[in-house]
Design a protein around this ligand. Sequence first.
Ligand code: TA6
Length: 301
Amino acid sequence: MTSSELASCNARFGDIRALSFSESDSGLVIVHVNTPLGRARVLLQGAQLLDWRPTGQSDVVWLSPLAQIAAGKSPRGGVPICWPWFGAHPSRADLPAHGFARSSPWELASAGVEDDQVQLTFCLLPVPDVSGVWPYRVSLEVSFTFGASLSIELRTRNSGGEPVQISEALHTYFAVGDVHDVRIEGLDGCTYIDKADGGLRKQQSGLVTFDGETDRAYLNTSRTCLLLDDGLKRKITIEKQGSRSTIVWNPGIEKSRQMPDLGESAYPGMVCIESGNVVDDQITLGPVEEHTLWVRYASSL
Ligand code: TA6
């Protein structure tokens, strides 16, 4: 089954020199992008970007050194797509956290190159056994544009006859020198839900810094954020459209010790800054309505 996916990718896109395809030990297809502007890998399962490195820099999008590539499981790192719910399912604890899109099969629908920029578009395939949980006719596509910067566009379309509510996020893991030395600019004054403090609502004052578990959903904000990293001496700009929530996460040392795919040595090297629409900002799509969540990440030294 998976080998035929690999053969199909090679047959359809094998003539694009910037692309190549491989299979993980667990038999999952990985799309490799390699251009003069940078390189990246995308796991076909979940259409999950695993990592991205613009030329002349170290990785900007981070994959845990302990990540496992396994069927039905989202690897720790990259850009998992949280959809059609974010976090725990609102009423059923048995359902997967962050929805089913990130652990489901997707198809590479199109690929193209222009001026060394590579664009890949993936479609979520129909998910079996999901109708009891998600009885809607909603399609999901994601496009990545790999250039000197990285853009990601997530498109949800309701093709059914009734309104649908979704929450969503691009759960991006950014590589940092040491999370304890980074600052995030752009959230001053925003209300956030502090998941690390019983879900209390608080207000951000100044820059976001890290000195322990941090798990926050900033609401009602469309602002650009800057990730200021003194350790790696770089600045990552996170622009977005169609997103009113920004989630900031680093589990801190205690929680990381309990996560086999993170651990105490790896957790300081990442911070998640996620663009999405969650809690108060979730989206209702009427019949035939579409919603696009767009981000652009640019890193400068
Ligand atoms: O975005 C933050 C968060 O929702 C945290 O609460 C945290 O548990 C994290 O995502 C990772 O979730 P995962 O299901 O990938 O382990």
